[in-house]
Write a protein that binds this ligand. Structure first.
Ligand SMILES: Nc1nc2c(ncn2[C@@H]2O[C@H](COP(=O)(O)OP(=O)(O)O)[C@@H](O)[C@H]2O)c(=O)[nH]1
Ligand SMILES: [Mg+2]
Length: 361
């Protein structure tokens, strides 16, 4: 990244110099008025552009290093545009140095800039004239956040008092629904000795049932496939002696609301289901938000976030909890079945705000 400042007698002239020297791709970092000669005002523009080289131009011996540098540059570029897009908030925060520093450090953990700004401003106001150092503001911020980080314990009591409890695993394709179901089924069957049944609801006839069938066989849990609403009903009847039934679904692109509606229709007018909405921590914040919005028409028991091991920034999990009123029940932390899953706790969720390496395990 090359950063340069340009000064000229008018803003237009300064910008024209930026364009001439750094090219049309230049990113404007800041503009300000500066004192020129006596009684004169000049304009200064700081701008940046990426260095002009590409991986294909690099010599073979340098290729590895260059690719790494390009990655870093891309990260810096992304961060700079993030800073620029949130400059209105920053102007307000800049006056308060510790607040501004906290804002930056939480922003890079993936927290939503607007929510962050609101919560931090409230936290600063909570201090009521106490010295506003970083630790105190962070404490007040956490106090504001904690009530929004609720955790669910869906399997605390599992009994067949009024028929089996039915748990469904819903969510986009590839997030880890089947794997999570298998992890939890293993836990319930082996540690809790709960009598289980597993149904694979494959209404799109994708045929992705082998994976779950194998897990069910290993765990010696009765398994069946249902391909329609009526088949689901009769499968549930077959498992009426169980304490709990777990229903896997074939994921779809739930950015389309119609796909959620179709899924919803399969569970309507039937018994009470506990729906888990499974989401991957690696998904983009906005896509996750949109998916949850579409699922609001269903009665979601709790959210499950998977693939925490595949990303270092978990802020987008916190964002969904601040935005929506859903509790989290489990966090998936790897591919191993059944080990890589843990019940969500407030402590663990709060640790997502700390620098990587200081997070609770
Ligand atoms: N790294 C990691 N991979 C996971 C996790 N959960 C699931 N996976 C992997 O994600 C892929 C898709 O999982 P699957 O359960 O088939 O997703 P589904 O399409 O939602 O049922 C598989 O390769 C899983 O091993 C997790 O917590 N961490
Ligand atoms: Mg699956």
């Amino acid at each position: 990244m090359q950063v340069k400042s340009f000064t000229a007698s008018t803003m237009e002239k300064a910008l024209a110099r930026v364009k001439k020297e750094l090219g049309p791709e230049a990113i404007i970092l800041s503009t300000r008025k500066v004192a020129g000669g006596p009684g004169e005002t000049w304009f200064e523009v700081s701008a940046a552009r990426e260095q002009m080289f590409s991986p294909t131009e690099a010599k073979p011996a340098e290729a590895g290093g260059s690719a790494e540098m390009i990655n870093e540059l891309q990260e810096i570029k992304g961060f700079l545009s993030l800073l620029i897009s949130s400059r209105d908030q920053l102007t307000q925060l800049r006056a308060n140095q510790p607040l501004a520093e906290l804002y930056h450090s939480l922003l890079v953990r993936g927290l939503d800039e607007k929510q962050l700004f609101i919560l931090l401003s409230k936290a600063a106001a909570d201090l009521n004239g106490e010295p506003a150092d970083k630790a105190r503001i962070f404490n007040a911020f956490c106090k504001r956040l904690v009530p929004k980080l609720s955790c669910a314990r869906p399997f605390q009591v599992v009994s067949n008092a009024s028929g089996p409890a039915v748990y469904t695993f819903l969510g986009p394709t590839g997030v880890g629904k089947t794997t999570t179901l298998a992890k939890l089924a293993a836990h319930l069957k082996i540690k809790r000795k709960i009598e289980l049944g597993v149904i694979s609801l494959d209404t799109y006839r994708i045929g992705a049932v082998e994976q779950l069938k194998t897990y069910a066989q290993i765990l010696e849990i009765p398994f069946c496939v249902a391909q329609s609403k009526s088949e689901l009903r009769s499968a549930l009847d077959d498992f009426s002696h169980c304490d709990a039934v777990m229903v896997d679904t074939t994921g779809r692109n739930y950015l389309h609301r119609d796909h959620v509606r179709h899924l919803h229709s399969l569970f309507e007018n039937a018994r009470k289901f506990s729906h888990f909405l499974v989401l991957s921590a690696t998904a983009k914040d906005e896509d996750m938000r949109q998916t949850i919005v579409h699922f609001r028409e269903m009665d979601i028991n709790s959210l499950i976030f998977t693939k925490l091991d595949e990303t270092v920034h978990h802020g987008c999990i916190v964002n969904q909890l601040v935005r929506f009123n859903y509790p989290v029940s489990y966090l998936g932390t790897g591919q191993r079945v059944p080990e890589d899953i843990e019940p969500a706790t407030q402590k663990r969720l709060l640790s997502f705000l700390l620098p990587v390496g200081n997070q609770a395990a």
